[in-house]
Design a protein around this ligand. Structure first.
Ligand code: UN1
Length: 498
């Protein structure tokens, strides 16, 4: 029996009038569950539930909100194995990464829960006597979360954790490729005891439920992770309503390997960065820029290492890389492999869809490495799959120029044992994140996550201390306890005898 899910609105699972769609295992083709495409009326109902819940939720003391988040973290922890297996079955990342996906949500909920007892504002001296000035964080109101399939628990975890601790009810539209992970996550939130209407889920497509929500007058902030074109659309809808918007829109992340790099360490990092999650991370290592002195050695070893990776069903603990997430993903990655070949890039290894036996049931592509000319599309465009482009650089300056030549700016990395290169790279790489002697993936939740350029506006910084900025605005409060009218600037001038 395939389970049929509905919508979660005002604390209850409900039937939907929308058409239904299936969610499948990308390794086996098995249907896992069916979900409705939420209609415009149903999105309205979810937004209304969130609006109605806002008064009660914002007035719930933040430490109390934190306790519910902490309870959610405990429930997620208890169900980590079950959820991790669902992540792997529905999205296709290997089971260790499936568990990691859930762990990232547990980590962030635990972190955000503590924020409930901090959420500091400032007290600032007044220029007048017997007057006090301070700032308070205010929740923006009901928020819309539109999340991708590649981190189907972690990213909803970052976004919802920050919104909820800030006092904002959520309407959550998960990717149509991973609604089961989203539903299971919401079940954990429900069990944790969020009041009705504080958490709502409306499955569907970006072009339907996503768009209704982005344009809805009752939504005061949209947090979106996905592609650049859709992101720009979301940005426009947000601008029309003058609301806050958070956008995480991808990357073309590079590792720079200097001539003094530890090659063994570099290879481990490149394999994990490029082929972890089958390259389907916004932070994936999509380019490797190698100093010319190290280039030949690195190129030889890369092919050898990539060919050793075991490709198969991601639920098997021994598998190193699973399938890509969908037929569309597979078509897009194969198209890029074709572009590389047509544009004359040198295929070093891989390049094929795997076929035969169990491979025929899923979307398996070989780990692929191309030696690429810096002006070619494989050097510049996001692929979001297991395809690594290797580029040769003359020196540090050249390597940084190549790294910065793309329209994205999410993650970056340098492998070197020379502190001077490392510290220069921290300043020179145009990206929201720079790693030293580690690959471009693996962000931790207690630090800000976001990018520059077309990765998204630089004020989008999820996770870390900045997560609250995404869902709150600053209220400035002046308290005059002098018992008379005091005029800033004017009386101040008198006070100093001007
Ligand atoms: C993403 O790919 O959108 O740093 C998020 C990482 C993960 C998060 C990636 N912790 O790779």
């Amino acid at each position: 029996m395939v389970q049929e899910y509905g919508l979660f609105i005002h604390g209850k699972w409900r039937a939907s009038k929308g058409k239904r769609f299936e969610t499948r295992n990308p390794a086996t083709g098995e249907v896992l569950a069916t979900f409705p495409l939420a209609t415009a009326d149903e999105v309205n109902a979810a937004v209304k539930a969130a609006k109605d819940a806002f008064e009660g939720w914002r007035k719930t003391p933040a430490p109390r909100r934190g306790e519910i988040l902490l309870e959610a973290a405990r429930i997620l922890k208890r169900k980590k194995e079950e959820l991790g297996r669902i992540v792997t079955s529905e999205m296709g990342k290997v089971i260790a990464e499936g568990r990691g996906d859930v762990q990232e949500a547990i980590d962030f909920y635990t972190y955000a829960a503590g924020e409930g007892r901090r959420m500091f504002g400032e007290t600032v001296p007044s220029e007048l006597p017997n007057k006090m000035c301070m700032t308070l964080r205010m929740p923006v109101g009901p928020v819309g979360l539109i999340t991708p399939w590649n981190f189907p628990v972690a990213i909803p975890g970052w976004k919802s954790g920050a919104a909820l601790i800030a006092g904002c009810p959520i309407v959550f539209k998960p990717s149509s490729l991973t609604p089961l992970c989203a539903a299971k996550f919401v079940e954990c939130l429900d069990e944790a005891g969020f009041p009705p209407g504080v958490v709502n889920i409306v499955p569907g497509y970006g072009t339907t439920a996503g768009q209704y929500m982005a344009e809805h007058p009752g939504i005061n902030k949209i947090a979106f992770t996905g592609g650049v074109d859709t992101g720009k659309h979301v940005y426009e809808s947000a601008a029309k309503k003058m609301i806050k918007v958070g956008l995480e829109l991808g990357g073309k992340n590079a590792i720079i390997a200097m001539d003094d790099a530890n090659v063994e360490l570099l290879m481990d990092g490149v394999m994990f960065g490029a082929f972890g999650t089958a390259g389907q991370r916004c932070t994936a290592t999509s380019r490797l820029i190698v100093h010319e002195k190290l280039y030949d050695q690195v190129v030889d070893e890369l092919a050898e290492r990539a060919e050793k990776l075991r490709i198969g069903n991601p639920i098997d603990e021994k598998t190193d890389m699973g399938p890509v997430a969908s037929a569309d993903q597979e078509a897009k990655v194969l198209e890029y492999i074709g572009i590389g070949k047509r544009e004359g890039d040198q295929l070093l290894t891989g390049g094929k869809k795997l076929a035969g036996g169990p491979y025929d049931r899923g979307f398996f592509i070989q780990p692929t490495v191309f030696a690429v000319n810096r002006k070619k599309r494989l050097a510049l465009e996001e692929i979001f799959g297991p395809v690594l482009s290797v580029l040769k650089a003359k020196d540090y300056e050249d390597a940084v120029a190549i790294a910065n030549s793309v329209r994205y700016g999410l993650s970056s990395s340098i492998y070197t044992n020379d502190l001077r290169w490392a510290f220069r790279a921290m300043q020179d790489l145009e990206a929201g994140i720079t790693y030293v002697n580690a690959p471009t993936i693996g962000a931790e939740v207690q630090l800000p996550f976001g990018g520059t350029k077309e990765t998204g506006p630089t004020d989008t910084r999820e996770a870390g201390t900045t997560a609250l900025e995404e869902f709150t605005y600053w209220k400035t409060v002046y308290v005059d306890y002098s018992g008379r009218l005091q005029k800033a600037q004017i009386d101040t001038a008198k006070l100093v005898g001007e």
